[in-house]
Design a protein around this ligand. Structure first.
Ligand code: GTR
Length: 343
């Protein structure tokens, strides 16, 4: 704190200094919503939303849609300001900031969320979902609602799930046809233990790293590859170096829209309902954009000369994942059985 004084070229009085500290504090860490008072009936709520993708990406667009709906329904009283490209921090950081109330809305992937709500590992397990329809039925149904309740103890409210497609391996060394081809490769993973174990089970070396660092990691050879869906591989430029993408589809882990419980508790019941509805309505919007984006990114990668391997035998990959189930699935068995039973 003392160092801040040197920002000001004059010797501020104690009162002035304190005032400055308060203003800086308010600007930096005050939990939003910022309530702009303009008479009692006109209280405005500005919600701060985080995403680590660019503005045109389906998840970011989903949040923007949510904001538009909120503005419309509230007659301009509630609005959302979306900060794309991890401007508010990397995924793990923004989850903490959301718990603290410095970020109000946060779209993140479920994988890092498993570190604070282990129940979500049920959605992150390899090959847990048969296909995208199965995943939708589970996450949009009662299991999804039940798991979101665990977030509340951790200072978060879950508003729904966006699509993230399937995650598969890509690398700059060689095409992968069997788990054996991954042996010894340094593969970047999200900061989630379950992902590290998945990569280890396949004989590769997991390197936990922020999403924002993967591009440079690949360019400099610090990592040989990573795993993600087609749109992330392409929009983040990973395909420029990691030319080989193998559609092993080891995961169909969805994205989630998180809301800060601190902010939530300060809102009226009516406003909470509006926010819930806006989030729910943004979901089909995001999912439609998602389908188009998958197509667009695969075309772009193929045009750039990348090799996409879709015809592989998934069975050896599925079998190699047994240690991941042994370690992470034991306490999740009842929910895993229910997921598998969803038709
Ligand atoms: C993407 C996801 C990002 C981030 C990223 C990653 O699919 O949309 O939010 O989780 O994966 O691998 O870090």
């Amino acid at each position: 704190m003392a160092g801040w004084r040197s920002f000001f070229p004059y010797e501020a009085s104690a009162v002035k200094t304190r005032l400055i500290y308060i203003i800086v504090y308010l600007l930096l860490v005050t939990p939003l919503p910022v309530l702009v008072a303009g008479g009692e009936e006109e209280e405005r709520i500005v919600l701060k939303a985080a995403d680590d993708h660019e503005l045109s990406y389906p998840t970011t667009q989903g949040l923007i849609r949510m904001g538009e709906l909120l503005e419309e329904w509230s007659g301009g009283r509630i609005s959302v300001v979306v900060y794309p490209l991890a401007q508010l921090g990397s995924e793990r950081e923004t989850i903490d900031l959301t718990r603290q109330g410095s970020i109000d809305i946060n779209r993140v992937n479920i994988n890092p969320v498993t570190q604070i709500v282990p129940e979500f590992k049920a959605f992150a397990l390899p090959y847990i979902f048969r296909d995208v329809e199965h995943m939708h039925k589970v996450v949009d149904g009662e299991i999804g609602i039940e798991l979101m309740r665990y977030l509340e103890d951790k200072g978060l409210v879950g508003l729904g799930f966006y699509d993230s497609g399937q995650r598969s391996f890509y690398n700059s060394i060689r095409p992968i046809y069997t788990p054996n081809d991954l042996k010894g490769m340094r593969i970047r993973v999200q900061k989630a233990e379950i992902m590290m174990d998945m990569v280890r089970a396949l004989g590769a070396e997991p390197i936990p790293m922020s999403f924002e660092d993967v591009y440079t990691g690949l360019q400099t050879g610090v990592i040989d590859g990573a795993e993600n869906n087609y749109p992330s591989w392409v929009t983040k430029g990973h395909f420029e170096t990691a030319l080989y993408y193998t559609q092993d589809e080891h995961s169909r882990v969805p994205e989630i829209i998180l809301f800060s419980k601190k902010t939530w508790d300060r809102l009226s019941e009516e406003d909470r309902e509006l926010i819930r509805r806006a989030a729910v309505e943004s979901i089909p919007y995001q999912r439609n954009l998602w389908k188009a984006m998958v197509e667009e990114s695969t075309q772009k990668a193929l045009a750039a000369g990348c090799q996409i391997i879709t015809a592989i035998d998934k069975q050896p990959f599925i079998e190699a994942m047994n240690p991941v189930y042994d370690k992470h699935a034991a306490e999740l068995l009842p929910v895993i059985k229910r997921i598998q039973a969803v038709q």
